[in-house]
Design a protein around this ligand. Structure first.
Ligand code: NBP
Length: 473
């Protein structure tokens, strides 16, 4: 018997993905550089399905039916290149290598082009949902050729999460499209987490609620329009008490957030594409600020506001509105980046289908994503989700409360970079005139960078150092 698919790299993610495949009745070849992991997998979970363990790459490749589907689940970066170099010479035209790791989409584009020249398909597949998702059904974002998706898609759809019977897996687009979308997914995740953290901070310091009380607030929110995995786990974390000290768990954890890099990539890429993703950037920077222990220690004595806390009983409702409106902005910015990437690289990504496959399996799964899917169904080319009828109405209803929450944060000196930047973005888009006109004037003054006019075509320059007449540039 041959295996329908193979997984090499059997750390947490690869092991669970292989088990998921086996549990769905797909005979799966398994291989790991260090064969002890392969043995352990078969010993512990061999009864879950058909595993074909292989000690060597040659054995592994020989055990796969054709076209060969070879999933690589190793550490992103150099290890992925090493594994590709090891296996590619053993494969035949039409076979495919699937990289399920968190690769940078530019690496995926490079690898896809190189393997295409050798007649092989390379599928960069974003996989979200962590260890549990890999086992019970992740959200899968495969890129690569349409032909490779024909051979691979049904298998991936089979093991993905399901929402209303629909698989949380769809072909994203050519070469790096899958990893690009996974990257932006993670950026949105950063933003969503930061907004939730700021909401907690404000409930705590402006409304004076204790962590356990805030957990209850989040539990209530989780029954409404904010219903999501992240809100659900936030309530769990806030309700948790540290066994050693009896204090709220959140009070004994060092307040320095770490990051692995996908949020940073999302922002770096957005800068290259010229897409404003302030919500994601502030989320990345907020983690960065938190980690600067020396800087924070040196700044602790700086003066804060003299006014004490002010929030009344309706404050939690206001925060709910601010959070919802800011969340809409976060997703609007992320989807803008997806649309821009798609245009830049010719991927033709169906944004609505990305929202659909994020509804289950992944970290940002939420009922909310159905709204985004519907928004793109109504207008696939909408320049921003904010103008969709549902979202525009929601933000319109929320905006007074949103402003109040941001103002309260500023007044009492609690940092709310995510909520604030989201509001600034909203007001920037809404503005009839932006001070960018003045910026253009300054640029023309000091650098003769020229400007355009509102009232006629052309490019102009004012002779600032002379008689200030305007000339055609
Ligand atoms: P790790 O990222 O910790 O990688 C460990 C695996 O890489 C082991 O199988 C190891 O083999 C193998 N490996 C390394 Br390291 N260097 C190698 C080389 N030169 N040649 C061959 N194999 C090599 O595993 P993971 O946490 O399961 O994650 C796998 C991928 O999935 C990563 O890209 C990760 O970013 C991504 N991802 C992880 C999560 C998560 O929640 N952990 C979620 C989503 C995506 P060995 O056993 O011989 O050392």
């Amino acid at each position: 018997e041959k295996a329908r698919i193979g997984v090499t790299g059997l750390a947490v993610m690869g092991r669970n993905l292989a088990r998921n495949l086996a549990r769905h009745g797909h005979p799966v070849a398994v291989h790991n550089r260090t064969s002890a992991r392969t043995k352990a997998l078969v010993e512990q979970f061999g009864d879950e399905g058909t595993f074909l363990p292989a000690d060597t790459p040659e054995e592994f490749v020989a055990s796969l039916e054709r076209p060969r589907r070879l999933v690589v689940m190793v550490k992103a970066g150099a290890p992925t290149d090493a594994v590709i170099e090891e296996f590619a010479p053993l494969l035949e035209p039409g076979d495919m290598i699937v990289d399920g790791g968190n690769a940078h989409f530019a690496d995926t584009r490079r690898r896809e082009a190189a393997l295409r020249e050798r007649g092989l398909h390379f599928v960069g597949a974003g996989i979200s949902g962590g260890e549990e998702g890999a086992l019970h059904g992740p959200s899968i974002m495969p890129g690569g050729s349409a032909e490779s998706y024909e051979a691979l898609g049904p298998l991936l759809e089979d093991i993905s999460a399901k929402v209303d019977g629909d698989p949380c897996c769809a072909h994203v687009g050519p070469d790096g499209a899958g990893h690009f979308v996974k990257m932006v997914h993670n950026g949105i995740e950063y933003s969503d987490m930061q907004l939730i953290a700021e909401s907690y901070d404000l409930l705590r310091h402006a409304a004076g609620l204790a962590p356990a009380e805030i957990a209850e607030v989040f539990r209530t929110w989780n029954t409404g329009r904010l219903e999501s995995y992240l809100i659900e786990i936030t309530a769990e974390v806030l309700a948790h008490t540290d066994a050693a000290t009896g204090k709220p768990f959140v009070d004994v954890v060092l307040d320095q957030a770490e990051q692995k890099g996908t949020g940073r990539w999302t922002v770096q890429t957005a800068l290259d594409l010229g897409v404003p993703v302030g919500g994601i950037a502030e989320a990345v920077f907020a983690r960065s600020v938190s980690g600067h222990a020396v800087l924070r220690e040196a700044s602790r004595h700086l003066p804060g506001p003299t006014r004490a806390k002010v929030a009344g009983s309706s404050f939690a409702d206001a925060v709910e509105k601010a959070l919802y409106a800011s969340k809409i902005v976060a997703y609007a910015q992320g989807f803008h980046e997806i649309q821009a990437g798609s245009a830049e690289y010719g991927w033709n990504i169906d944004a609505g289908s990305m929202a659909a496959i994020w509804r289950g399996g992944c970290i940002i799964r939420a009922g909310f994503l159905d709204r985004i899917r519907a928004a793109y169904a109504a207008d696939p080319h909408t320049p921003t989700l904010l103008t969709d009828a549902h979202f525009a109405e929601a933000v319109g209803d929320a905006q007074d409360a949103w402003r109040e929450v941001v103002a309260t944060a500023a007044r009492i000196g609690v940092p709310a970079p995510g909520l604030s930047t989201a509001l600034a973005y909203y007001d920037s888009l809404r503005a009839d005139r932006l001070p960018a006109a003045l910026t253009q004037g300054q640029r023309d003054y000091f650098g003769a960078h020229t400007y355009r006019r509102t009232d006629r075509e052309g490019t102009f320059h004012t002779l600032w150092g002379g008689d200030r007449t305007e000339v055609d540039a």
